[in-house]
Design a binder for this molecule. Structure first.
Ligand code: ADP
Length: 477
């Protein structure tokens, strides 16, 4: 099969979050399993010159977008057996930052249209011709399936292409005033109703409605988004199309997040040398000026400080948490009210808690490697990667049972010694506190804790498992 990913970001070129992790890893893994894969991205100004200098110019075309006629250039770079194509247009992409511009709707409508218009230039794989599957990601590419039907389907080259719409986070939908449907996107009246929702334009809804299949990043999230609590207004659309919606759990880059090789660690270790993890705990305690006590459990958090991540629960019972014999380190940036609150509390408890209000992959690794437990009490979590990273480093997750957290963290059963973490169900600070207490209690039992660490470290979070499920999904279409 030939599969083309259309996405607004991808590691290693340009990345702002989980979506970039997925697009940087999944296509490469699908290609390792023998399929032919390409990715098309916008050529952002912020993609570094190191990559730009290696790109090859393929061609250009005029891309019609409503009444506008825009230049669309195409560059190519082969990277780890995947062809990466980049759509060039300086008016739309020569700017600071990927998102947050007043005309994001127009920018990504252009990108979606250009990806389709330039498709005949995108030669990849052994046989010439169109891809079998176009795999779209999040609202930025939600117009691809509807534009394919409205503008290109009648042409021979495009007639057999099938589409997948992947939802990485339904919080973001590309919602805007509905005048853009005609005036900016140029969607004809015949297809306008697909893009319109509740009196607005909604780019994600357009993709959900017009793609052959819809996929989310965990099986539980695929069910949760039928519920208004999670769906951000799209529940009726999703329920009506539940027949074509499924969930596939993401993986992590197990070469990158590998305690045997990670250069950020104080001491490298593996599932067969778990005792060496203690050196990382010591180093981490020293880094944050916490007493270097091995017997006191150390809880880490590495997270965006937003309401999605359950920071309000942590702050709600912070004094109860810190009255236990434990230490807490929080690394993250986000809403100023959370940043300030965490700094204030850390100042009150200098021997028990540290706040690190910045972004650092190096310190993140040190926390995954050095903490005993990883706290992630999310209100909702489409998949979540950090709980998988922490398990890979033998750090036991304490999570709320939602989305990908529910699918990846089975609660520990002391009788059977099965399970990898501690969980709670209701979004309630005291239920979270209870899970923390259970974790701290188990930590005191060395035999049970070793079993837990072993279970967590032996879990397979590699992308190969997910990639096989994606290939099966493509074949089903
Ligand atoms: P989300 O994509 O919702 O932010 P995920 O758990 O899927 O949550 O992915 C978060 C990623 O961002 C992880 O790789 C995590 O290590 C990283 N991350 C989050 N905050 C920070 C930070 N302050 N410093 C370094 N890495 C961070």
């Amino acid at each position: 099969m030939k599969i083309l990913f259309v996405a607004s970001e991808s590691g290693p070129f340009i990345r702002t979050g989980g979506l970039g992790d997925v697009v940087g890893s999944l296509p490469k893994t699908i290609s390792q399993l023998g399929e032919e894969v390409a990715v098309v991205l916008p050529l952002y100004e912020e993609i570094s010159a190191d990559y730009r200098n290696k790109m090859e110019f393929i061609g250009s075309s005029v891309v019609p977008l409503g009444w506008r006629q825009q230049y669309g250039g195409l560059f190519k770079l082969e990277w780890e057996n995947v062809s990466f194509f980049f759509v060039d247009n300086e008016y739309y992409f020569k700017r600071k930052g990927l998102y947050g511009h007043f005309d994001d709707g127009e920018r990504f409508a252009f990108f979606s249209k250009a990806a389709l218009e330039l498709l005949p230039f995108m030669n990849f794989g052994k046989k010439k011709g169109a891809p079998d599957i176009i795999h779209c990601n999040d609202w930025q590419t939600g117009l691809v399936p509807v534009m394919l039907d409205a503008f290109y389907r009648h042409l021979d080259f495009y007639k057999n292409i099938k589409t997948v719409m992947a939802i990485h986070n339904i919080e973001f939908q590309g919602e805007m005033d509905k005048y853009v449907i005609d005036n900016v996107f140029g969607i004809p009246a015949s297809h306008a109703a697909i893009v319109e929702y509740k009196g607005n334009a909604n780019m994600l809804k357009a993709g959900i409605e017009s793609a052959n299949k819809v996929v989310t990043v965990s099986p539980t999230y695929a069910k949760e988004i039928m519920d208004p609590f999670f769906a951000n207004g799209l529940e009726d659309i999703l329920k009506a199309r539940s027949f074509k919606i499924s969930g596939i759990l993401n993986g992590i880059d197990v070469d990158l997040y590998n305690p045997e090789k990670d250069k950020a660690l104080f001491v490298k270790f593996s599932a067969s040398t778990p005792a060496k993890k203690a050196g990382n705990k010591k180093g981490l305690q020293k880094l944050f000026n916490l007493p270097q006590k091995e017997g006191v459990p150390l809880i880490g958090m590495v997270t965006r400080l937003t309401s999605q991540k359950g920071i309000d629960l942590v702050i709600r019972v912070i004094h109860e948490i810190l009255s236990l014999d434990l230490q807490l380190i929080v690394l993250g940036t986000g809403d100023w009210k959370y940043e300030n609150a965490l700094n204030d509390i850390a100042n009150q408890y200098p021997t028990k808690m540290a706040s690190a209000i910045y972004f650092s992959a190096d310190v993140a690794s040190k926390i995954y490697g050095g903490a005993d437990m990883f706290l992630m009490p999310s209100k909702f979590e489409p998949c979540g990667l950090s709980q998988m990273m922490s398990m890979r480093y033998g750090t036991i997750p304490i999570v709320r049972e939602t989305g990908g957290l529910k699918d990846s963290v089975a609660p520990f059963n002391p009788e059977t010694k099965e399970g990898v973490g501690f969980t709670f169900v209701t979004y309630n600070a005291y239920d979270m506190l209870d899970a923390i207490r259970r974790a701290v209690g188990t930590f005191a039992n060395k035999e049970e804790w070793s079993a837990l660490m072993k279970n967590a470290m032996e879990k397979d979070w590699s992308w190969a498992r997910s990639a096989r499920e994606y290939i099966a999904l493509y074949k089903s279409i």
